[in-house]
Ligand binder design. Structure first.
Ligand SMILES: *Cc1c(COP(=O)(O)O)cnc(C)c1O
Ligand code: SF4
Length: 469
Protein backbone atom coordinates (compact mmCIF):
# COMPACT_ATOMS: atom_id res chain seq x y z
CA UNK A 1 0.00 0.00 0.00
CA UNK A 2 2.88 2.36 0.71
CA UNK A 3 4.82 3.94 -2.09
CA UNK A 4 7.94 4.72 -0.13
CA UNK A 5 10.16 3.00 -2.70
CA UNK A 6 10.35 6.23 -4.68
CA UNK A 7 12.53 8.05 -2.17
CA UNK A 8 13.03 11.56 -3.34
CA UNK A 9 16.63 11.92 -4.13
CA UNK A 10 17.43 14.43 -6.89
CA UNK A 11 18.64 11.49 -8.97
CA UNK A 12 15.09 10.13 -8.97
CA UNK A 13 13.45 13.41 -9.90
CA UNK A 14 12.89 14.27 -13.53
CA UNK A 15 15.16 17.02 -14.76
CA UNK A 16 13.44 20.34 -15.56
CA UNK A 17 11.93 20.29 -19.04
CA UNK A 18 14.55 21.42 -21.50
CA UNK A 19 13.76 23.63 -24.47
CA UNK A 20 13.82 20.55 -26.68
CA UNK A 21 11.42 18.50 -24.61
CA UNK A 22 9.12 21.50 -24.20
CA UNK A 23 8.11 21.19 -27.86
CA UNK A 24 8.05 17.41 -28.08
CA UNK A 25 4.56 15.83 -27.94
CA UNK A 26 5.38 13.76 -24.86
CA UNK A 27 5.57 16.98 -22.90
CA UNK A 28 1.80 17.39 -23.01
CA UNK A 29 0.89 13.74 -22.71
CA UNK A 30 -0.12 12.81 -19.18
CA UNK A 31 2.47 10.99 -17.13
CA UNK A 32 1.01 7.65 -16.02
CA UNK A 33 1.57 8.30 -12.34
CA UNK A 34 0.33 11.83 -11.92
CA UNK A 35 -2.43 12.29 -14.44
CA UNK A 36 -4.16 8.96 -14.84
CA UNK A 37 -4.15 7.51 -11.37
CA UNK A 38 -7.36 8.07 -9.47
CA UNK A 39 -5.94 6.65 -6.24
CA UNK A 40 -6.69 9.94 -4.50
CA UNK A 41 -10.42 9.11 -4.71
CA UNK A 42 -10.07 5.74 -2.96
CA UNK A 43 -11.23 6.78 0.49
CA UNK A 44 -11.52 3.96 3.00
CA UNK A 45 -15.04 3.14 4.11
CA UNK A 46 -14.40 -0.37 5.39
CA UNK A 47 -14.47 -1.22 9.10
CA UNK A 48 -10.69 -0.99 9.15
CA UNK A 49 -10.47 -0.79 12.96
CA UNK A 50 -11.77 -4.33 13.39
CA UNK A 51 -8.35 -5.82 12.61
CA UNK A 52 -6.98 -4.20 15.81
CA UNK A 53 -7.44 -6.73 18.65
CA UNK A 54 -8.78 -4.08 21.08
CA UNK A 55 -11.32 -2.76 18.54
CA UNK A 56 -12.53 -6.04 17.05
CA UNK A 57 -15.97 -5.70 18.61
CA UNK A 58 -16.39 -1.93 18.13
CA UNK A 59 -19.39 -1.04 15.97
CA UNK A 60 -19.42 1.56 13.20
CA UNK A 61 -21.74 3.73 15.32
CA UNK A 62 -19.29 3.69 18.24
CA UNK A 63 -16.22 4.24 16.10
CA UNK A 64 -17.95 7.11 14.30
CA UNK A 65 -18.76 8.94 17.54
CA UNK A 66 -16.30 11.55 18.85
CA UNK A 67 -17.23 10.71 22.45
CA UNK A 68 -16.17 7.09 22.00
CA UNK A 69 -12.96 8.27 20.31
CA UNK A 70 -12.15 10.72 23.14
CA UNK A 71 -12.89 8.17 25.83
CA UNK A 72 -10.58 5.59 24.24
CA UNK A 73 -7.69 7.91 23.39
CA UNK A 74 -4.39 6.18 24.11
CA UNK A 75 -1.99 8.10 26.34
CA UNK A 76 0.44 5.48 27.64
CA UNK A 77 2.17 2.28 26.66
CA UNK A 78 -0.04 0.15 28.89
CA UNK A 79 -3.13 1.26 26.96
CA UNK A 80 -1.28 0.76 23.71
CA UNK A 81 -0.47 -2.81 24.72
CA UNK A 82 -4.09 -3.43 25.79
CA UNK A 83 -5.23 -2.23 22.36
CA UNK A 84 -2.70 -3.76 20.00
CA UNK A 85 -1.87 -6.91 21.95
CA UNK A 86 0.14 -9.31 19.84
CA UNK A 87 -0.40 -7.35 16.61
CA UNK A 88 3.19 -6.12 17.14
CA UNK A 89 6.18 -7.98 18.62
CA UNK A 90 6.99 -7.49 22.31
CA UNK A 91 10.22 -5.64 21.42
CA UNK A 92 8.09 -2.87 19.85
CA UNK A 93 6.66 -1.85 23.23
CA UNK A 94 10.12 -1.59 24.82
CA UNK A 95 11.28 0.49 21.83
CA UNK A 96 8.33 2.89 22.25
CA UNK A 97 8.77 3.10 26.00
CA UNK A 98 12.40 4.15 25.56
CA UNK A 99 11.45 6.48 22.68
CA UNK A 100 8.87 8.31 24.82
CA UNK A 101 11.39 8.74 27.65
CA UNK A 102 13.63 10.69 25.26
CA UNK A 103 10.87 12.64 23.47
CA UNK A 104 9.75 16.25 24.00
CA UNK A 105 6.06 15.36 23.56
CA UNK A 106 3.85 13.10 25.69
CA UNK A 107 1.94 10.24 24.04
CA UNK A 108 -1.60 10.90 22.87
CA UNK A 109 -3.27 9.25 19.87
CA UNK A 110 -6.91 8.63 18.88
CA UNK A 111 -8.22 5.12 18.19
CA UNK A 112 -9.01 6.35 14.67
CA UNK A 113 -5.36 7.14 13.86
CA UNK A 114 -4.12 4.03 15.67
CA UNK A 115 -6.42 1.91 13.52
CA UNK A 116 -5.16 3.55 10.33
CA UNK A 117 -1.60 2.38 11.00
CA UNK A 118 -0.59 -0.69 9.00
CA UNK A 119 0.68 -2.70 11.98
CA UNK A 120 2.19 -5.38 9.74
CA UNK A 121 4.69 -2.73 8.68
CA UNK A 122 4.75 -0.59 11.81
CA UNK A 123 8.38 0.48 11.55
CA UNK A 124 7.80 2.20 8.20
CA UNK A 125 4.16 3.28 8.58
CA UNK A 126 3.74 7.05 8.03
CA UNK A 127 1.15 7.49 10.80
CA UNK A 128 3.08 5.46 13.37
CA UNK A 129 6.18 7.48 12.45
CA UNK A 130 4.49 10.76 13.36
CA UNK A 131 2.92 9.88 16.70
CA UNK A 132 4.78 6.96 18.30
CA UNK A 133 8.51 7.56 18.79
CA UNK A 134 10.83 4.54 18.57
CA UNK A 135 14.15 4.77 20.41
CA UNK A 136 15.74 2.70 17.67
CA UNK A 137 14.96 5.41 15.10
CA UNK A 138 15.88 8.54 17.07
CA UNK A 139 19.03 10.42 16.07
CA UNK A 140 21.14 12.99 17.95
CA UNK A 141 19.87 16.56 17.55
CA UNK A 142 21.71 18.87 15.18
CA UNK A 143 24.47 20.71 17.10
CA UNK A 144 22.94 24.09 16.16
CA UNK A 145 19.45 23.23 17.37
CA UNK A 146 17.81 25.40 20.01
CA UNK A 147 14.61 24.94 21.97
CA UNK A 148 11.79 27.16 20.60
CA UNK A 149 13.78 27.44 17.38
CA UNK A 150 11.33 29.94 15.93
CA UNK A 151 11.91 32.36 18.81
CA UNK A 152 8.19 32.61 19.41
CA UNK A 153 8.62 33.58 23.04
CA UNK A 154 10.89 36.48 22.14
CA UNK A 155 8.27 37.89 19.74
CA UNK A 156 5.51 37.64 22.37
CA UNK A 157 4.24 40.95 23.79
CA UNK A 158 1.80 38.97 25.98
CA UNK A 159 2.24 35.29 27.01
CA UNK A 160 0.59 33.13 24.35
CA UNK A 161 0.46 35.85 21.67
CA UNK A 162 3.22 35.95 19.04
CA UNK A 163 3.36 39.13 16.99
CA UNK A 164 6.13 38.82 14.43
CA UNK A 165 4.58 40.01 11.18
CA UNK A 166 3.16 43.51 10.72
CA UNK A 167 -0.50 42.63 10.13
CA UNK A 168 -0.98 39.20 11.66
CA UNK A 169 -0.50 37.51 15.01
CA UNK A 170 -0.69 34.06 16.51
CA UNK A 171 -2.90 33.53 19.56
CA UNK A 172 -2.46 30.39 21.69
CA UNK A 173 -5.58 30.17 23.89
CA UNK A 174 -4.73 26.86 25.60
CA UNK A 175 -2.05 24.17 25.57
CA UNK A 176 -3.75 20.85 24.79
CA UNK A 177 -4.48 18.98 21.56
CA UNK A 178 -6.56 15.91 20.66
CA UNK A 179 -3.28 14.24 19.70
CA UNK A 180 0.38 14.89 20.44
CA UNK A 181 2.58 14.97 17.39
CA UNK A 182 6.10 14.06 18.32
CA UNK A 183 7.41 16.70 15.91
CA UNK A 184 5.43 19.62 17.38
CA UNK A 185 7.09 23.01 16.81
CA UNK A 186 5.57 24.28 20.03
CA UNK A 187 6.84 21.46 22.21
CA UNK A 188 8.00 24.27 24.55
CA UNK A 189 4.37 25.00 25.43
CA UNK A 190 2.02 22.34 24.05
CA UNK A 191 1.15 19.14 25.88
CA UNK A 192 1.92 17.88 29.34
CA UNK A 193 5.42 17.92 30.85
CA UNK A 194 7.65 15.06 29.76
CA UNK A 195 10.86 13.62 31.18
CA UNK A 196 12.88 15.94 28.96
CA UNK A 197 10.75 19.10 28.83
CA UNK A 198 8.97 21.14 31.45
CA UNK A 199 6.45 23.24 29.53
CA UNK A 200 5.76 26.93 29.66
CA UNK A 201 2.37 27.24 31.35
CA UNK A 202 -0.30 28.61 29.01
CA UNK A 203 -3.52 27.94 30.83
CA UNK A 204 -6.92 28.52 29.25
CA UNK A 205 -7.45 31.58 31.41
CA UNK A 206 -9.87 34.24 30.32
CA UNK A 207 -7.75 36.83 32.19
CA UNK A 208 -4.74 35.99 30.02
CA UNK A 209 -6.98 36.00 26.93
CA UNK A 210 -8.26 39.46 27.82
CA UNK A 211 -4.65 40.71 27.99
CA UNK A 212 -4.06 39.32 24.50
CA UNK A 213 -7.30 40.90 23.18
CA UNK A 214 -6.39 44.29 24.69
CA UNK A 215 -3.02 44.12 22.93
CA UNK A 216 -4.63 43.14 19.59
CA UNK A 217 -7.06 46.03 19.91
CA UNK A 218 -4.23 48.46 20.65
CA UNK A 219 -2.38 47.59 17.40
CA UNK A 220 -4.20 49.19 14.48
CA UNK A 221 -1.99 47.46 11.91
CA UNK A 222 -3.14 43.98 13.05
CA UNK A 223 -5.82 42.55 10.74
CA UNK A 224 -5.35 38.80 10.90
CA UNK A 225 -5.40 36.48 13.94
CA UNK A 226 -4.43 32.81 13.89
CA UNK A 227 -6.13 31.03 16.79
CA UNK A 228 -3.82 28.09 17.19
CA UNK A 229 -2.45 25.44 19.45
CA UNK A 230 -2.88 23.94 21.43
CA UNK A 231 -5.76 23.06 19.25
CA UNK A 232 -9.09 24.79 18.78
CA UNK A 233 -10.80 21.36 18.85
CA UNK A 234 -10.08 21.42 22.59
CA UNK A 235 -11.92 24.69 23.17
CA UNK A 236 -15.51 24.41 24.34
CA UNK A 237 -18.25 25.67 22.00
CA UNK A 238 -18.73 28.65 24.34
CA UNK A 239 -15.04 29.54 24.11
CA UNK A 240 -14.97 29.12 20.31
CA UNK A 241 -17.80 31.60 20.08
CA UNK A 242 -16.52 34.03 22.74
CA UNK A 243 -13.09 34.28 21.13
CA UNK A 244 -14.57 34.65 17.64
CA UNK A 245 -17.08 37.32 18.64
CA UNK A 246 -14.54 39.30 20.65
CA UNK A 247 -12.02 39.36 17.79
CA UNK A 248 -14.59 40.05 15.05
CA UNK A 249 -15.94 42.98 17.05
CA UNK A 250 -12.60 44.80 16.67
CA UNK A 251 -12.69 47.17 13.70
CA UNK A 252 -9.04 46.43 12.82
CA UNK A 253 -9.55 42.65 12.60
CA UNK A 254 -10.54 41.43 9.12
CA UNK A 255 -9.46 37.77 9.12
CA UNK A 256 -9.57 34.87 11.60
CA UNK A 257 -8.26 31.37 11.24
CA UNK A 258 -9.09 28.60 13.68
CA UNK A 259 -6.25 26.09 13.56
CA UNK A 260 -6.93 22.46 14.33
CA UNK A 261 -5.30 19.12 13.81
CA UNK A 262 -8.65 17.63 14.75
CA UNK A 263 -9.96 17.04 11.24
CA UNK A 264 -7.05 14.64 10.79
CA UNK A 265 -7.17 13.02 14.23
CA UNK A 266 -10.88 12.88 14.92
CA UNK A 267 -13.04 13.86 11.94
CA UNK A 268 -15.92 12.19 13.81
CA UNK A 269 -16.31 15.37 15.88
CA UNK A 270 -17.67 17.23 12.83
CA UNK A 271 -20.32 14.51 12.49
CA UNK A 272 -21.41 14.03 16.11
CA UNK A 273 -20.48 17.19 18.07
CA UNK A 274 -23.20 19.50 16.81
CA UNK A 275 -22.71 22.05 19.60
CA UNK A 276 -19.08 22.61 18.57
CA UNK A 277 -19.76 22.78 14.84
CA UNK A 278 -22.76 25.05 15.40
CA UNK A 279 -20.63 27.45 17.47
CA UNK A 280 -18.01 27.58 14.73
CA UNK A 281 -20.70 28.02 12.10
CA UNK A 282 -22.15 31.00 13.99
CA UNK A 283 -18.72 32.69 14.06
CA UNK A 284 -18.26 32.05 10.32
CA UNK A 285 -21.74 33.49 9.65
CA UNK A 286 -21.07 36.49 11.86
CA UNK A 287 -17.85 37.06 9.95
CA UNK A 288 -19.70 36.86 6.65
CA UNK A 289 -22.30 39.39 7.81
CA UNK A 290 -19.45 41.76 8.78
CA UNK A 291 -17.67 41.06 5.46
CA UNK A 292 -14.83 39.41 7.36
CA UNK A 293 -13.11 36.14 6.58
CA UNK A 294 -13.24 33.22 9.05
CA UNK A 295 -11.65 29.93 7.96
CA UNK A 296 -10.29 26.71 9.46
CA UNK A 297 -6.67 25.66 9.10
CA UNK A 298 -6.10 21.94 9.36
CA UNK A 299 -3.04 19.76 9.29
CA UNK A 300 -2.76 16.55 7.25
CA UNK A 301 0.58 14.98 6.41
CA UNK A 302 -0.28 11.77 4.58
CA UNK A 303 -3.03 10.55 2.27
CA UNK A 304 -3.71 7.59 4.61
CA UNK A 305 -5.04 10.12 7.15
CA UNK A 306 -7.95 10.94 4.84
CA UNK A 307 -10.88 8.47 4.84
CA UNK A 308 -14.62 8.35 4.31
CA UNK A 309 -14.98 9.92 7.79
CA UNK A 310 -12.92 12.90 6.61
CA UNK A 311 -14.91 13.22 3.42
CA UNK A 312 -18.18 13.24 5.40
CA UNK A 313 -16.77 15.76 7.91
CA UNK A 314 -15.67 18.09 5.13
CA UNK A 315 -19.00 17.60 3.40
CA UNK A 316 -20.76 18.95 6.47
CA UNK A 317 -18.41 21.91 6.70
CA UNK A 318 -18.77 22.69 3.01
CA UNK A 319 -22.57 22.69 3.36
CA UNK A 320 -22.16 25.33 6.05
CA UNK A 321 -19.83 27.45 3.94
CA UNK A 322 -16.80 26.80 6.15
CA UNK A 323 -13.57 26.93 4.16
CA UNK A 324 -10.73 24.66 5.20
CA UNK A 325 -7.06 24.96 4.35
CA UNK A 326 -4.21 22.58 5.16
CA UNK A 327 -0.70 23.05 6.47
CA UNK A 328 1.55 20.03 6.04
CA UNK A 329 4.90 19.28 7.63
CA UNK A 330 7.45 17.65 5.36
CA UNK A 331 8.88 14.59 7.09
CA UNK A 332 11.33 11.92 6.13
CA UNK A 333 9.63 8.56 5.78
CA UNK A 334 6.17 10.17 5.85
CA UNK A 335 5.72 12.39 2.81
CA UNK A 336 9.15 13.06 1.33
CA UNK A 337 8.48 11.36 -1.99
CA UNK A 338 6.85 12.84 -5.07
CA UNK A 339 4.22 10.09 -5.02
CA UNK A 340 3.26 10.56 -1.38
CA UNK A 341 3.08 14.35 -1.58
CA UNK A 342 1.18 14.40 -4.87
CA UNK A 343 -1.36 11.89 -3.61
CA UNK A 344 -1.88 13.93 -0.44
CA UNK A 345 -2.38 17.19 -2.33
CA UNK A 346 -4.84 15.66 -4.81
CA UNK A 347 -6.78 13.90 -2.06
CA UNK A 348 -7.04 17.16 -0.12
CA UNK A 349 -8.32 18.90 -3.25
CA UNK A 350 -10.87 16.14 -3.76
CA UNK A 351 -12.45 16.74 -0.32
CA UNK A 352 -12.39 20.55 -0.68
CA UNK A 353 -9.37 21.23 1.50
CA UNK A 354 -6.99 23.79 0.05
CA UNK A 355 -3.37 22.76 0.48
CA UNK A 356 -1.81 25.99 1.75
CA UNK A 357 1.70 25.27 3.07
CA UNK A 358 4.19 22.47 3.15
CA UNK A 359 6.72 23.35 5.85
CA UNK A 360 10.27 22.15 5.87
CA UNK A 361 10.53 20.50 9.27
CA UNK A 362 11.51 22.99 11.98
CA UNK A 363 14.65 22.38 13.99
CA UNK A 364 12.97 21.03 17.11
CA UNK A 365 14.49 18.60 19.61
CA UNK A 366 14.09 14.85 19.50
CA UNK A 367 12.98 14.49 15.87
CA UNK A 368 16.16 14.71 13.85
CA UNK A 369 15.17 11.46 12.12
CA UNK A 370 12.12 13.25 10.64
CA UNK A 371 13.94 16.21 9.13
CA UNK A 372 14.80 16.39 5.44
CA UNK A 373 17.48 18.49 3.74
CA UNK A 374 16.32 21.69 2.03
CA UNK A 375 16.99 20.26 -1.44
CA UNK A 376 14.31 17.61 -0.92
CA UNK A 377 11.71 20.34 -0.41
CA UNK A 378 12.93 22.18 -3.49
CA UNK A 379 12.73 19.03 -5.63
CA UNK A 380 9.28 18.11 -4.29
CA UNK A 381 7.93 21.56 -5.06
CA UNK A 382 8.89 21.17 -8.71
CA UNK A 383 7.08 17.85 -8.79
CA UNK A 384 3.88 18.82 -7.05
CA UNK A 385 3.26 22.07 -8.91
CA UNK A 386 1.03 21.17 -11.84
CA UNK A 387 -0.52 18.07 -10.25
CA UNK A 388 -3.79 19.89 -9.51
CA UNK A 389 -5.31 23.38 -9.51
CA UNK A 390 -2.90 26.16 -8.67
CA UNK A 391 -5.08 27.34 -5.78
CA UNK A 392 -4.84 23.85 -4.27
CA UNK A 393 -1.09 23.68 -4.69
CA UNK A 394 0.86 24.25 -1.49
CA UNK A 395 3.57 26.79 -1.07
CA UNK A 396 6.76 25.05 0.08
CA UNK A 397 8.14 27.12 2.90
CA UNK A 398 10.85 27.19 5.50
CA UNK A 399 10.20 29.01 8.77
CA UNK A 400 13.65 30.48 9.31
CA UNK A 401 15.10 29.56 12.73
CA UNK A 402 15.60 32.57 14.97
CA UNK A 403 12.40 34.36 13.92
CA UNK A 404 13.04 35.13 10.24
CA UNK A 405 9.54 34.02 9.33
CA UNK A 406 8.32 31.92 6.45
CA UNK A 407 10.49 31.88 3.35
CA UNK A 408 10.06 30.26 -0.08
CA UNK A 409 12.30 27.15 -0.16
CA UNK A 410 13.70 28.31 -3.49
CA UNK A 411 14.70 31.71 -2.11
CA UNK A 412 17.83 30.77 -0.12
CA UNK A 413 20.48 33.46 -0.60
CA UNK A 414 23.08 30.76 -0.15
CA UNK A 415 22.93 26.98 0.05
CA UNK A 416 25.75 24.48 0.26
CA UNK A 417 24.58 20.92 -0.35
CA UNK A 418 27.96 19.84 0.98
CA UNK A 419 27.79 21.37 4.46
CA UNK A 420 23.98 21.52 4.52
CA UNK A 421 24.05 25.21 5.52
CA UNK A 422 21.58 27.61 3.92
CA UNK A 423 21.12 31.35 4.52
CA UNK A 424 17.84 33.22 4.22
CA UNK A 425 17.05 36.90 4.47
CA UNK A 426 13.70 38.37 5.35
CA UNK A 427 13.56 42.05 4.41
CA UNK A 428 9.95 42.63 5.40
CA UNK A 429 10.18 40.85 8.77
CA UNK A 430 13.73 41.37 10.08
CA UNK A 431 15.50 43.73 7.66
CA UNK A 432 19.30 43.39 7.49
CA UNK A 433 19.41 40.07 9.37
CA UNK A 434 20.62 36.72 8.05
CA UNK A 435 19.08 33.43 9.12
CA UNK A 436 20.82 30.09 9.00
CA UNK A 437 19.19 26.72 8.40
CA UNK A 438 20.92 23.35 8.66
CA UNK A 439 20.24 20.12 6.80
CA UNK A 440 20.28 17.03 9.04
CA UNK A 441 23.85 15.91 9.62
CA UNK A 442 23.00 12.31 8.70
CA UNK A 443 22.03 13.47 5.18
CA UNK A 444 25.54 14.83 4.51
CA UNK A 445 28.70 13.18 3.22
CA UNK A 446 31.17 11.64 5.67
CA UNK A 447 33.63 14.55 5.64
CA UNK A 448 30.90 17.08 6.42
CA UNK A 449 29.54 14.78 9.12
CA UNK A 450 32.98 14.80 10.74
CA UNK A 451 33.21 18.61 10.44
CA UNK A 452 29.97 19.00 12.41
CA UNK A 453 31.59 17.17 15.35
CA UNK A 454 34.36 19.83 15.51
CA UNK A 455 33.43 23.23 17.01
CA UNK A 456 36.05 25.10 14.96
CA UNK A 457 34.85 23.47 11.73
CA UNK A 458 31.24 24.31 12.56
CA UNK A 459 32.17 27.95 12.93
CA UNK A 460 34.09 27.86 9.63
CA UNK A 461 31.12 26.34 7.75
CA UNK A 462 28.76 28.99 9.12
CA UNK A 463 31.19 31.86 8.49
CA UNK A 464 31.67 30.69 4.92
CA UNK A 465 27.87 30.74 4.40
CA UNK A 466 27.35 34.12 6.05
CA UNK A 467 30.17 35.85 4.18
CA UNK A 468 28.81 34.59 0.84
CA UNK A 469 25.57 36.58 1.32
C1 LIG B 1 2.76 31.40 10.43
C2 LIG B 1 2.55 32.51 11.30
C3 LIG B 1 1.53 33.43 11.04
C4 LIG B 1 0.62 33.30 9.82
O1 LIG B 1 1.38 33.41 8.65
P1 LIG B 1 0.78 33.15 7.20
O2 LIG B 1 1.99 33.07 6.33
O3 LIG B 1 -0.08 34.30 6.86
O4 LIG B 1 0.02 31.88 7.24
C5 LIG B 1 1.40 34.48 11.90
N1 LIG B 1 2.22 34.63 12.96
C6 LIG B 1 3.22 33.77 13.23
C7 LIG B 1 4.11 34.00 14.39
C8 LIG B 1 3.40 32.65 12.42
O5 LIG B 1 4.38 31.78 12.69
S1 SF4 C 1 -1.74 19.23 16.92
FE1 SF4 C 1 -0.36 20.93 16.36
S2 SF4 C 1 0.03 22.03 18.28
FE2 SF4 C 1 -0.83 20.00 18.81
S3 SF4 C 1 0.92 18.63 19.11
FE3 SF4 C 1 0.36 18.43 16.96
S4 SF4 C 1 1.62 19.93 15.86
FE4 SF4 C 1 1.66 20.48 18.06
Amino acid sequence: MHTRNLVLDPAHVDPPASAASAVSPHHVSPSPLHSQSLAHRDLRRDEFWRTIPGYAAVTAAEFGDHRWQNKHTVTNVRQLRDTLGSAVPESFYADIEAGIAAAPMALRISPYLLALVDWRDALADPIRTQFLPLRSQQQPDHPMLRFDSLNEREDSPVPGLTHRYPDKALFLPQPSCPVYCRFCTRSYAVGTDTEVVEKMKLSASTTRWEEAFAYIESQPQLEDIVISGGDTYNLSPAHIEAIGRRLLSMPNIRRLRYATKGLCVLPQKMLTDDAWLDALTRVVELGRSLHKDVVVHSHFNHANEITGFTEDALGRMTERGIHVRCQTVLQRGVNDTADAMTLLVRRLSFINVHAYYVYVHDMVPGVEDLRTPLHVAQALERHVRGATAGFNTPFFTLDAPGGGGKRDVHSADYYSRETGVSVFTSPSVKPGKKFLFFDPVASLGSEAQWRWTQPAERRAMMDEALSAV
